[in-house]
Design a protein around this ligand. Structure first.
Ligand SMILES: Cc1cc2nc3c(=O)[nH]c(=O)nc-3n(C[C@H](O)[C@H](O)[C@H](O)COP(=O)(O)O)c2cc1C
Length: 383
């Protein structure tokens, strides 16, 4: 039977299945048939070699749940509670997340049901397909199926650090791998929302790693597709230090084969939005050239960006984006070419029939330099 899919509803479930902790309804009983129905749905997920090696441990016994809750506290729950008490009211970026995580740690035993998906086998890093790849998608389908019925869960893995004790509590044999632990309950209300995530065009590369397009891309690619390049490194150094280097406009010259130097305009007192500098470049094919640059994004400790040429129609937009991971920083260096004119557009005008080749070659050369720059910053800051 062909069924018209209600795509908006499917998308709504896919984009609003949150980690529910504070809004789990611990007072409402969960009919186990619903859990089994959701497992049946989850079992429709693909599995390596088409082998059904997933198993599901559903815990409802009070004493068993209390043992699991105790183990969860030992694994990371006590740390979550301590951290919540420490950062509460400080506007720390993780304050809300830790508040919710600590709440679950304190109340896990009250969850009507706890579900632990497992798979037969031990991950041995042999590279053979299967194991985690055959269970993760199924476990997530389970969470989605719960959400579609008004129930909620949170994907948790903290307890897996105490796998031996978890096996002991549940009598799980040694050749089995536990994948996650889901508290399962009806949710208090069902109005969960989408959250902000990086737009697909910034993290999707077409045909070559690091190659982005603001539009299209068409076939063959063209300048109006808005080609761009993105490279990134993880630096074992706090954001404040990386920000200092990323905003030093001369620092990349140490590592780039093209960028030579930069100089702020004379009348700048403090760098910020609208500040201007002149960049000097040298390339064996193009020769030497200077370009006026304007700071067009300035988000302290987050994004430092400048555009070249006319800010209302720039030749290129360059960005350093910083993201904190504990005491480390992910530094992403991006460039978006166009929409205004530049050396690249002049080259294309001279040989319009080679537009795609010119763009690929220019992107490859830019990527090499950008990679040298971020790797150079990493080496400098980590040494
Ligand atoms: C692999 C993985 C492990 C996680 N482990 C835990 C955990 O042990 N405890 C917990 O409270 N949340 C855990 N989470 C939930 C995240 O903290 C959660 O995704 C985050 O708070 C963002 O919330 P959202 O899912 O609503 O976007 C885990 C999530 C993932 C994907």
């Amino acid at each position: 039977m062909f069924m018209d899919l209600d795509t908006p509803s499917v998308d709504y479930v896919l984009s609003t299945t949150r980690s529910v902790r504070l809004r789990l309804d611990f007072d409402r009983n969960v009919d186990l048939q619903i859990v089994l129905d959701c497992i049946d749905i989850a079992e429709q997920a693909p599995t390596g070699g088409n082998m059904g090696s997933r198993r599901w441990v559903v815990v409802t016994d009070k004493a068993q749940k209390e043992k699991i809750a105790e183990l969860y506290l030992k694994s990371a729950g006590n740390w979550m509670i301590k951290t919540r008490d420490k950062i509460s009211g400080t506007s720390h970026p993780n304050e809300k997340m830790i508040e919710s995580a600590a709440y679950l740690a304190e109340n896990l035993a009250k969850s009507p049901v706890i579900v632990i998906p497992v798979i037969i086998g031990i991950h041995d890093n042999s590279g053979r397909p299967g194991l985690f790849d055959s269970v993760i998608q199924s476990a997530w389908s389970f969470c989605l199926a719960l959400r579609a019925r008004g129930l909620g869960s949170a994907w948790t893995t903290a307890i897996l650090s105490e796998q031996d004790e978890l096996k002991e509590i549940l009598d799980i044999p040694s050749g089995i791998t536990e994948i996650a632990m889901f508290p399962v309950a009806w949710t208090k209300g069902t109005d969960f929302s989408k959250i902000s995530r990086t737009p697909s065009r910034e993290i999707t590369f077409f045909d070559e790693y690091g190659l982005t397009f603001e539009n299209g891309p068409s076939s063959p690619i063209s300048f109006s597709d808005g080609p761009g390049v993105s490279v990134e490194v993880d630096i074992d150094c706090p954001v404040s230090k990386v920000w200092e280097i990323a905003t030093d406009i001369n620092f990349p010259a140490k590592f780039s084969n093209e960028f030579v130097s930069a100089e702020w305009d004379n009348d700048i007192k403090e760098v910020g939005l609208g500040s201007k500098f002149t960049g000097k470049n040298n390339n064996k094919n193009i020769g030497e050239w200077t370009v006026e640059c304007t700071i067009d994004v300035y988000d302290q400790q987050r994004i430092f960006g400048w555009c070249t040429g006319d800010p209302s129609s720039p030749g290129a937009r360059w960005r350093f984006e910083l993201e904190a991971f504990g005491s480390s920083t992910r530094l992403c260096h991006k460039v978006l070419l166009g929409p205004g004119s530049s050396g690249l557009t002049r080259l294309i005008e001279q040989q319009p029939d080679k537009e795609d080749r010119i763009i690929y070659i220019r992107a490859a050369s830019i990527k090499e330099n950008m990679t040298n720059v971020v790797e150079g910053i990493k080496t400098y800051l980590e040494s």
